[in-house]
Design a protein around this ligand. Structure first.
Ligand SMILES: NC(=O)c1ccc[n+]([C@@H]2O[C@H](COP(=O)([O-])OP(=O)(O)OC[C@H]3O[C@@H](n4cnc5c(N)ncnc54)[C@H](O)[C@@H]3O)[C@@H](O)[C@H]2O)c1
Length: 249
């Protein structure tokens, strides 16, 4: 890919203040896109966007709030004149054992990881349809959504499996417009999310990876840029596994 591949495209990346989301925003900008960086942590996303220059536009958005999401989408379209790429990346990953998951915690995880993507897709839909064959939705799922995970909470795994279903369902519905909808399922990635894991959980995850290391956020971001590009226009409803060969074992 070249620095011009996404020139003139407008993207929204949720959960962009740090980690994988920040890397995605940075990579999209490096390929020529304008990027609205959303995060519930307003000051952190403002700082992250400042570091990426004029093509980054930060906004404090909690993806679980329908009205905030709709207002923010409208703000993006008013500012940039359209929307081509939506990356649903915001997520939380409690490690609570199954027996101890409270109903509010279950609902919070599903709200951020799955309902948030639903709300963003629904608000973005008319503008993505207008974008036609340049329209893209890219959902950040997880290996946990594919195979249940090992240390992460079952609510997290359920929400990430739900994202894969949402991806396929929307891929069907948006195909007539040329808009593609895909998922990326990263394996354990070196971010603040996993840095907060108990050491034994991180070591257990690491030990299962044939390539012998964690993913780096920019490796996930590179796949997002590919799926957002014209070269990937015939890929839809897919889940791209980026996990160092985890399923080989
Ligand atoms: N790190 C991994 O090993 C890994 C593996 C597979 C999938 N993922 C997924 O990738 C995505 C990014 O993970 P990460 O490791 O960069 O996480 P992270 O915790 O470092 O960053 C997540 C970001 O999402 C934001 N966020 C949380 N709730 C939000 C909300 N309600 N509205 C808007 N923003 C919100 C946080 O403030 C934070 O900036 C997540 O969806 C995660 O589940 C991560």
């Amino acid at each position: 890919m070249t620095a011009e591949d996404l020139a003139g495209r407008v993207a929204v990346v949720t959960g962009a203040a740090r980690g994988i989301g920040q890397a995605i925003a940075q990579a999209l900008i490096a390929h020529g896109a304008w990027v609205a960086m959303w995060d519930v942590d307003t000051s952190a996303v403002e700082q992250a966007a400042h570091a990426l220059g004029a093509a980054a536009w930060p906004c404090g958005v909690d993806v679980t709030h329908a009205e905030a999401v709709h207002t923010a989408i409208r703000g993006v379209v008013d500012r940039f004149g359209g929307l081509h790429i939506l990356v649903n990346n915001a997520g939380i990953c409690p490690m609570t054992p199954f027996e101890q998951i409270s109903e509010p915690e279950w609902e919070r995880v599903l709200a951020v990881n799955l309902k948030g993507a639903f709300l963003c897709c629904q608000a973005a839909l008319p503008f993505l349809r207008d974008a036609g064959p340049r329209g893209r939705i890219i959902n950040i799922s997880s290996v946990a959504g594919q195979m249940g995970g090992v240390s992460v909470g079952v609510h997290y795994a359920a929400s990430k499996a739900g994202l894969i279903g949402l991806t396929k369902a929307l891929a069907h519905r948006l195909a007539p417009y040329g808009v593609t909808v895909n998922c990326i399922a990263p394996g354990t990635t070196a971010t603040e999310m996993t840095a907060a894991w108990p050491r034994e959980d991180l070591e257990r995850a690491w030990a299962r990876i044939p390539l012998g290391r964690l993913a780096q956020p920019d490796e996930i971001a590179a796949a997002v840029c590919y799926l957002a590009s014209d070269q990937a226009a015939f890929i839809t409803g897919a889940t791209l596994d980026i996990n160092g060969g985890l399923y080989l074992r």
